[in-house]
Design a protein around this ligand. Structure first.
Ligand code: 13P
Length: 258
């Protein structure tokens, strides 16, 4: 049995401390009461401490949205695993919005370094993978996403591999209102994500790792994803910024077949 996990990725929203804390207080009691699903909030760095305080004495976990792999050093503006380890339990790594471009772009290689660094500091990585529209239409999803998974898991021990959370987020489904079909998400997670893990770590590990779907998940479609046997949760963007995120999590927990 895999315990489902639903995470709300706030991205670069809820930026003012007062706004973030007020929203966190608004949802915390009801969110804390939902059973049968791990609940995670992923606020921006600058409000992480304040939201962590607001979530004290609840079972709601926090995640950072990225981090550097080094513990310390001359990396202006970066956030290290040491800085995060007292504040949160999880860290999102390799989100497609960070893999994309720019000097801080995350690559398969740097994501793998970050996965190792996360474990070295007691953080659980939520590893994001997913193909773009062109790759999807060219039938390259299996090869591309499988490669991302293999690269991220490279060199992990079995115990570490078991603890990883993977988020399959097709890029064309993120923020577009055009989610993957639950059947397609189920197939890619089962065949491609678990398939790639099984190649290196065996079928038992592949069947134990929790894999979320992400991309235009909302209160109306969450149940259809959670009802899929390979889908263990969701990484939610836009819909996690509204109070009915609690209802989304409730419906997800209710529909999950674990
Ligand atoms: P949306 O739910 O807004 O499509 O974002 C998904 C996502 O990128 C979560 O990490």
């Amino acid at each position: 049995m895999r315990q489902p996990i639903i995470a709300g990725n706030w991205k670069m929203h809820m930026g003012r401390v007062e706004q973030a804390v007020s929203f966190a207080r608004q949802i915390r009691q009801a969110l804390n009461e939902v059973e049968g699903v791990d609940r995670v909030l992923c606020p921006p760095f600058t409000v992480l401490t304040a939201v962590a305080e607001a979530m004290q004495h609840t079972q709601i976990a926090l995640a950072a949205q990225t981090m550097h792999w080094e513990e310390m050093g001359a990396h202006t503006g970066e956030i290290s695993p040491v800085m995060l380890s007292e504040l949160c339990d999880y860290v999102i790594l390799g989100h497609s919005e960070r893999r994309a471009t720019g000097s801080t772009a995350e690559t398969d290689q740097s994501i793998n370094l970050k996965v190792h660094a996360a474990f070295a500091h007691g953080l659980t990585p939520i590893i994001c993978v997913g193909e773009n529209l062109e790759q999807n239409e060219a039938g390259e999803t299996h090869a591309f996403v499988g490669g991302q998974v293999r690269a991220a898991f490279d060199g992990l021990t079995t115990e570490q591999a078991l603890r990883c959370v993977v988020a399959y987020e097709p890029i064309w489904a993120i923020g577009t209102g055009k989610a993957a079909t639950p059947t397609d998400a189920n197939r890619t997670i089962g065949l491609t994500v678990r398939g790639a893990i099984a190649e290196s770590f065996g079928e038992e590990v592949a069947q134990t790792v929790r894999v979320q779907y992400g991309g235009s998940v909302n209160v109306d479609n969450i149940a259809s994803f959670m009802a899929m046997p390979e889908v263990d949760g969701a990484l939610v963007g836009g819909a996690s910024l509204k109070p009915d995120f609690v209802e989304l999590v409730r419906r997800g927990a209710g529909a999950s077949i674990g």
